[in-house]
Design a protein around this ligand. Structure first.
Ligand code: ADP
Ligand code: MG
Length: 271
């Protein structure tokens, strides 16, 4: 049939940092929700064996029979693993416990870094954004995410050791860019769990901005108890308490991201 609708072409972003507890899952779920609220069609791929994004979205355990594990290891068509969520326009592919074995199983497979990129094709014209929640390691699962992505978004916890380990991540991104996926970019670094009452936070933020420059988003995500409560209710914080500072920050971040893209599209490139 003839359709006048503009064809979608999903931007695929890895939310990655090999440190645990820095806000990857929180950022994936809530940025995705904010983008969906801005009328974008969004898919979350939960690539962490711990499955925090799946749990935080209230995905039932039996819906996890068709997970990203079955897609990457058993060849399940990816469209069959897509589930709807309580958020309009937002979908999820869940992770399952089997995924913890995938890191080792992948080692023995041909094209082990390309399982996700080879599977993801049928979804690219279905979504505007595909956000991949990565595990806290730079192993084969994260490599699969980076190979399948256009860009990486790095959450950094605003703490004294924020920059520690970052050079390792940047080297890995660079290696992937040179060897496996030339189109991979760094979308940006987002400071998370920012506490305005803590003077150290401002010093750390200044350090990070001095080191990474304009790659750091202007929007910072404050430490906010509502953000940490929401997952236990099976909801993104935007559905749990839209007025709280955490929700407002993720809405602002989505706005900053969408505005940046607008600028990139409309401003002519200067040679
Ligand atoms: P990661 O996925 O990098 O391991 P999470 O997103 O799971 O990190 O965050 C780690 C913990 O910190 C979780 O318990 C989460 O609820 C909490 N958390 C994340 N962001 C915030 C925030 N802005 N304010 C308060 N708690 C947060
Ligand atoms: Mg996580």
């Amino acid at each position: 049939s003839i359709s006048s609708k503009k064809k979608r072409e999903a931007k695929v972003w890895s939310i990655a940092n090999q440190k645990g507890g820095v806000g990857k899952t929180t950022t994936t779920v809530n940025l995705a929700t904010a983008l969906a609220a801005c009328k974008k069609k969004v898919l979350i791929i939960d690539l962490d064996p711990q499955g925090n994004a799946s749990t935080g979205l209230g995905v039932e355990p039996d819906a996890r029979q068709q997970s990203i594990y079955q897609v990457m290891i058993e060849g399940l068509p990816i469209t069959r693993a897509v589930r709807s969520t309580d958020v309009p326009r937002m979908h999820v592919i869940s992770s399952g416990v089997e995924l913890s074995g995938a890191e080792l199983e992948l080692v023995g497979l041909a094209e082990r870094e390309f399982k996700l990129v080879n599977a993801i094709g049928p979804l690219l014209d279905q979504f505007d954004y595909i956000l991949i929640d990565c595990p806290p390691a730079l192993g084969l699962l994260t490599l699969n995410a980076l190979v399948a992505s256009d860009a990486v978004l790095v959450p950094l916890q605003t703490e004294f050791y924020a920059l520690e380990g970052l050079s390792h991540l940047l080297r890995t991104i660079d290696r992937v860019k040179r060897g496996l996926n030339r189109r991979l970019q760094i979308q940006g670094v987002v400071l998370t769990m920012y506490d305005r009452r803590n003077n150290l936070c401002e010093m750390v933020a200044a350090d990070v901005r001095a080191f990474l420059g304009e790659k750091v988003f202007n929007t910072v995500i404050p430490r906010n108890v509502r953000v940490s409560e929401a997952p236990s209710h099976g909801k993104p914080v935007l559905l749990y308490d839209v007025a709280c500072a955490g929700s407002q920050a993720y809405i602002k971040l989505a706005g900053e991201i969408l505005r940046n893209e607008q600028v990139r599209v409309t401003e002519p490139a200067v040679a």
